[in-house]
Design a binder for this molecule. Structure first.
Ligand SMILES: *Cc1c(COP(=O)(O)O)cnc(C)c1O
Length: 424
């Protein structure tokens, strides 16, 4: 499609957008008396309007039923989390049995490492991307030390080539071959949080598994954003948070995928709790742990239903719309945003560069060579919510659920005015 940097053109795209009605399904913060242009759905998604009713339902059941709500609430609390498995399975390409929701992301990555990082004298190396998200770095480092190993030798980092801003798949595959029989685990962010790159999860998973390694993915920036087919790709485990593209609210619960081949096992090392035991015998309070046949075997505590309610509300929206339609709009709106940024760059001779490679999801990361922090401050003051990552990158994610093409056009005008005002 031949794009144009014109309001009429942007409005035309909005007219043709089958998801345009969903903009009204979300609450937008207001700055300068108008809804913000929201580019941080990759950090905290907007609140769906229907979410409050889901939370209110729990509050009402608690008020009216107290402890009886566990079994007699409209949506009983004792197995409330099970409702999330089916809709999530279609978002990540899994069987519902392979999905569970619990805790938060870093906690779940630790729990997965307990089960799936089993280093021995020969096979103990973990392959990670360089400059992984800090929490992932701390998590992996501490796990390695927990096993009495030295992170400096056990952790192998995938590096970008000098002067390049993205990882090359061929380099990653070559590294897997090189580490070979010593490779215990591959654990990478499926979509990199900094440059927005989507890794070739299918190819990397296959290559590493052929070498006998376990493969896990941190899908924080991938879930609800890009096409995932975890079961078919043969991924061993994955975990993600729900508050970014999934719009479930600040700090909310994390989803976990464990491949079918690891389910129903009693000999798998695992930290266990009473919500992971078979439901039929749970309340017999027996000393033996009988793992549920699904990924729920990793559950520890009874479900935090007040947190799960907003996640369930958001999943209802994902079920309604479907990933295919979201991905289709995401491609178009991200391409349009890229076009707008390039147009503005040309018009004002802006000193910035998009560092996100072609294999991308929603996010464009813009490296500001000349502009820096003051441009970021200007955008925020004008009602454009973006985020800033040191040393000089602005991340823009036009989440397809609620961003409009007109937003992209207006952003371009504000960006242009911001750069021009400073060069006067
Ligand atoms: C957002 C994000 C996290 C956040 O972890 P929490 O435990 O939810 O605080 C972790 N890893 C990656 C790659 C992320 O993008």
């Amino acid at each position: 499609m031949q794009f144009q940097n014109l309001l009429t053109f942007a409005r035309e795209l909005d007219q043709q957008d089958p998801l345009r009605i969903y903009r009204d399904a979300f609450h937008f913060p207001v700055v300068n008396h108008r809804p913000v242009i929201y580019f941080t759905g990759n950090s905290l998604g907007l609140q769906p309007k229907r979410t409050k009713a889901f939370v209110d339902e729990i509050m009402t059941d608690w008020k009216d039923l107290a402890v009886e709500g566990h079994f007699y609430a409209g949506k009983p609390w004792w197995d409330y989390h099970e409702q999330l498995a089916k809709p999530l399975a279609s978002v990540v390409g899994a069987n519902p049995e392979e999905i569970t929701v619990m805790n938060t992301l870093t906690v779940n990555l630790h729990l997965m490492m307990v089960s799936f990082y089993r280093p021995d004298a020969n096979r103990n190396k973990i392959l990670v991307e360089e400059k992984a998200f800090p929490s992932d770095q701390y998590m992996i480092n501490s796990q390695v030390k927990f096993h009495g190993l030295d992170p400096a030798s056990a952790i192998v980092e995938l590096r970008k080539r000098p002067g390049e801003h993205h990882w090359r798949t061929a380099d990653i595959l070559a590294k897997i071959e090189e580490v070979g029989e010593e490779l215990a685990l591959v654990l990478i962010g499926g979509v990199n949080y900094y440059n927005g790159q989507v890794f070739d999860m299918e190819k990397i998973t296959k290559t590493a598994r052929d070498k006998g390694a376990i493969v896990g993915w941190d899908l924080a920036h991938a879930v609800g954003n890009v096409a995932l087919d975890l079961h078919r790709w043969g991924v061993d485990f994955a975990a993600w948070c729900s508050y970014k593209y999934m719009n479930s609210g600040p700090g909310n619960a994390s989803g976990v995928f464990v491949h079918e081949r690891h389910l129903g096992k009693t000999d798998i090392p695992r930290f266990e709790g009473w919500w992971g035991t078979k439901k039929e015998s749970r309340f017999l309070m027996k000393p033996e742990f009988e793992p549920i046949d699904t990924a729920d075997a990793w559950q520890l505590s009874n479900a935090p239903v007040l947190a799960l309610a907003p996640y369930l509300a958001s999943l209802e929206l994902f079920e309604e719309v479907g990933m295919e339609a979201l991905i289709k709009k995401r491609r178009l709106i991200t391409d349009y945003l890229e076009f707008i940024i390039q147009e503005v760059g040309r018009e004002v001779k802006g000193n910035f560069e998009i560092i996100t490679p072609e294999d991308r999801g929603c996010q464009l990361s813009v490296l500001l060579h000349g502009e820096g922090r003051s441009l970021f401050d200007y955008l925020m003051k004008e009602g454009v919510i973006v985020d800033w990552r040191e040393p000089n990158v602005i991340r823009l994610a036009p989440a397809p659920f609620y961003c409009s093409f007109e937003d992209m056009y207006r952003f371009g005008q504000i960006l242009k005015a911001g750069i021009e005002s400073k060069s006067l």
